[in-house]
Design a protein around this ligand. Structure first.
Ligand SMILES: Cc1cc2nc3c(=O)[nH]c(=O)nc-3n(C[C@H](O)[C@H](O)[C@H](O)COP(=O)(O)O)c2cc1C
Length: 181
């Protein structure tokens, strides 16, 4: 699929066929996510591929807007490693690019899946602390691993409507010269 076409046609898919996704296809999708840009090129991520239907059904109790995840072929939990991310934790400076890096990887994952005819939906975990904690506990993750996003994957069983109001030229601000005052 051509990149521009993929960017314009990807939509959240929440209904899936009862059909498994071959492991090499999932690997290729995650490979694409791993080519995403990251702050200082730290690549501070881990990807959990979960095919456990019981857990997938349980997810809605952890994150309430994931009820459809139970019907997916699998769920990818995109995680960040806080120890690997580009960050500063000093008295006068506290910041981390971890969520930014994970968000970009998640978008790449959605697009790579779409390019392979697979539907997905970005479901947020971080920065909802309760969800992050619940996932970390349930999946027995070490403290440095921050569950960032929950991404159900599956062959689409719906064709979501393409929006016709996304492009808003008025949100583009052309600045020829920046004034000094
Ligand atoms: C940070 C983030 C969190 C989201 N969380 C959820 C979610 O929990 N459940 C859900 O069904 N969709 C979730 N979405 C998907 C949005 O609802 C969806 O992207 C938006 O409605 C636009 O539709 P589109 O993806 O088809 O373009 C989330 C999207 C983002 C970017």
């Amino acid at each position: 699929m051509e990149l521009m076409q993929g960017l314009l046609t990807r939509r959240s898919v929440r209904r899936y066929q009862n059909k498994p996704i071959p492991k090499p296809v999932i690997e290729e999708i995650i490979k694409a996510a791993q080519y995403s840009p990251t702050a200082h090129n730290r690549q501070p991520w881990e990807f959990l591929v979960i095919e456990d239907k019981e857990f997938m059904a349980e997810l809605r109790h952890i994150q309430r807007w994931t009820s459809f995840a139970k019907d997916a072929a699998c769920v990818v939990i995109v995680c960040g490693d806080v120890e690997k991310s580009f960050s500063r934790f000093k008295e006068d400076e506290t910041w981390s690019f971890i969520d930014v890096d994970c968000a970009i990887a998640t978008q790449s994952l959605l697009l790579a899946a779409w390019a392979k005819g697979i539907g997905s939906c970005y479901c947020g975990a971080a920065p909802m602390q309760r969800v992050v904690d619940a996932l970390r506990t349930r999946l027995n993750l070490p403290k440095n691993i921050r569950p960032f996003a929950i991404v159900p994957l599956g062959y689409p069983d719906e064709t979501p409507k393409q929006p016709d109001d996304r492009y808003k030229p008025e949100r583009i601000h052309w600045i020829e010269k920046v004034g000094k005052d």
